[in-house]
Design a protein around this ligand. Structure first.
Ligand code: BEZ
Length: 222
């Protein structure tokens, strides 16, 4: 994927939002931050997504994660659209800022352009991109969905929980992992180190190769 991707530093852009002007690095501060783009205001899938984000916002806040939406239109349009979003989504308040990008400069720098979708003026629209930025201002995870597919906020929450676990322990989360499930011990950790690091113990899957690389443990933090 050309452009901004995992491991890159988020450009420190100044953006106009529904909460005023923000510098992206100041906004991220010491938190994980989710930046998610939308093709345009007053469009159906986006109205459901931004509302669902509003409903999930307390769950992200509990995890210390900030939210920043982005849609291609201007701040006045965003503020008008928020009334629809809140009405449709049973009054969940859109308390997070939504950035404006009427000239499509931000989406180019954040690798959020949909090359196949243009608006009525012929400008490229944003895709449904989502970057999770760490406190070090680096991109930790990106999703890139087309306009036709709304995102699943349970999955966004799940990957936040996985990133948090992996940033505190030398572990990774296996396929279909959800909070509370066992995690796998990083392959860079020797068995001797694993005994020290995971005093609760771990189980090794016995596989034909006998390489003992698939080791599961339970973390008791939340
Ligand atoms: C939508 O949000 O529903 C949408 C936006 C742009 C293209 C297609 C769908």
């Amino acid at each position: 994927m050309p452009g901004l991707t995992i491991g890159d530093t988020l450009p420190d852009l100044e953006v106009e939002t529904t909460h005023g002007k923000l510098k992206l690095h100041d906004y991220v501060g010491n938190s994980f931050t989710i930046i998610f783009s939308h093709p345009g205001d007053f469009t159906p899938v986006c109205t459901t997504e931004l509302g669902m984000m509003a409903a999930y916002a307390p769950k992200f806040a509990e995890r210390g994660v900030k939210l920043l939406g982005l849609s291609a239109d201007d701040v006045q349009s965003h503020n008008d659209w928020i009334k629809d979003i809140e009405a449709y989504n049973k009054g969940h308040k859109v308390n997070y800022p939504i950035a404006a990008d009427p000239n499509r400069q931000i989406i180019k720098q954040l690798n959020m352009v949909d090359p196949d979708e243009k608006d009525s003026s012929g400008q490229n629209t944003p895709s449904r991109a989502l970057h999770i930025v760490g406190p070090d201002k680096k991109i930790k995870l990106s999703f890139l969905y087309p306009a036709s597919t709304g995102r699943n906020m349970d999955e966004v929450l799940r990957v936040v929980d996985s990133l948090h676990k992996a940033s505190h322990h030398k572990i990774a989360t296996p396929a279909n992992w959800k909070p509370g499930d066992p995690v796998v011990i990083s392959p860079t950790v020797s068995n001797e180190e694993a005994k020290q690091m995971f005093p609760q113990g771990y189980e090794t899957a016995h596989l034909p190769s006998n390489k003992d690389y698939l080791r599961f443990t339970n973390l008791h933090d939340t």
